[in-house]
Design a protein around this ligand. Structure first.
Ligand SMILES: Nc1ncnc2c1ncn2[C@@H]1O[C@H](COP(=O)(O)OP(=O)(O)OP(=O)(O)O)[C@@H](O)[C@H]1O
Length: 356
């Protein structure tokens, strides 16, 4: 295994002039040996570009890639000793499940006894022990993709295992199980795993550290709870969570915080200029009329979502969402409601960046 350092940028077109010419803007990032990482972001943000640069399928247009201290910028995937799992199964239909799992080990001339042991271990982890002697051809798409996962995980000597949206073809119920399974496998095998997805649930369940990306930029690398509690960039607040963070334009004026034309006590030292106040629906609670740090809003919608209720309210032209307990008695549509926008979980952003 290896610690992977990226100090690079990538543009597919020659002579990039502006930020939008880059698939990956200049970045400096370290993936620790043995870590479980997810690269998370919307379509086109640069996840696959970053993964392909790590695997050696793509040479960055500037900068370099290090595996530990070794410069591998121009080394092939084989030279880097990387295992990869793609969206669709890459297996041999004519071989049995066991032969498929053994293949990467046979190629590396691992002794037979060790191969049997390791194939047995991986099959057990993926709950495929009963299918080891079956031919892959007759298996479902889900089972075939499980074999692909197994082939990615079977070698002990790889620098890292890279996954590119590996659960896309998997049935939703099994997907849920496999996400958890992969996390457990990571703890048992202690391999460096890097997992590309645009699905936050997948990223947050699987990874110890999530790299959140938008428009070619890695805007935050953090544990799932850090991304939830202290999004360092407004995009992270918006992208993580369901729904994402509420944002309100705000300004410091004469020692007060002005939000939607109302003056609130300044919660902490904040600079002048345009700010954005961010508060997650989970922390936007109902308050008594006139309570410090609360604002009067109009109830636009109340939804019973089983595990919780979602209250949607408007404040001037802004829309706010509050996640409320299922049994909480909520005001009716059209009523006025006071919502606590200031509290210990409230974040402030300037130019999209979290202020200290
Ligand atoms: N071979 C290529 N040639 C030119 N531009 C490319 C190429 N591959 C990707 N791009 C562009 O680079 C940017 C990043 O693409 P990339 O595939 O890395 O994003 P992604 O986050 O993996 O998206 P998706 O989830 O849709 O695969 C996009 O604007 C894309 O159009």
């Amino acid at each position: 295994m290896a610690r992977i350092t990226l100090d690079l940028a990538h543009a597919y077109k020659p002579n990039p002039q502006q930020d939008s010419d880059y698939a990956l803007l200049p970045l400096n990032m370290v993936f620790d040996d043995g870590g479980a990482y997810a690269l998370l972001g919307p379509s086109g943000c640069g996840k696959t570009t970053m993964l392909n640069i790590m695997s050696g399928l793509l040479v960055p247009s500037q900068g370099r890639v290090l595996f530990d201290e070794r410069d591998v910028t121009r080394a092939s995937p084989q030279e880097r000793n990387i295992a990869q799992v793609f969206q669709f199964p890459v297996i041999y239909d004519t071989m049995t499940v066991a032969e498929n799992l053994a293949f990467p080990l046979k190629n590396r001339k691992v002794p037979e006894a060790r191969i049997r042991q390791r194939v047995g271990q991986i099959a057990e982890m993926l709950e495929m022990s009963g299918q080891l002697d079956q031919r892959a051809a007759g298996l479902s798409a889900d089972a075939k993709q499980k074999i692909s996962l197994g082939r990615g995980l079977v070698r002990e000597d790889v620098a890292a295992v890279l996954f590119d949206e590996p659960l896309t073809v998997i049935d939703p119920h099994l997907k849920w199980q496999l996400r958890r399974k992969l996390k457990q496998i990571h703890h048992e095998l202690k391999l460096t795993l890097i997992y590309v997805t645009h699905d936050q649930v997948e990223a947050l369940t699987f990874a110890d550290k999530v790299v959140v990306m938008t428009r070619g930029r890695a805007v935050q690398v953090g544990a799932p709870d850090e991304l939830f509690e202290r999004p360092r960039h407004a995009f992270v607040g918006h992208f993580i969570g369901s729904p994402g963070m509420n944002f309100l334009p705000a300004q410091v004026q004469e020692g007060a915080l002005v939000v939607a034309g109302q003056r609130l006590p300044l919660p902490r030292a904040l600079p002048g200029g345009a700010l954005r106040l961010g508060v997650r629906p989970e922390y936007l609670v109902l308050a008594a009329p006139g309570q410090a740090g609360a604002l009067p809003c109009a109830v636009a919608r109340v939804q019973d979502l089983g595990t919780h209720q979602m209250l949607t309210a408007t404040l001037g032209g802004e829309v706010l969402k509050a996640r409320c307990a299922p049994e909480q008695v909520l005001p009716a549509v059209g009523d006025s409601v006071w919502l606590q926008v200031l509290g210990e979980h409230t974040c402030f952003y300037q130019n999209e960046e979290l202020l200290a």
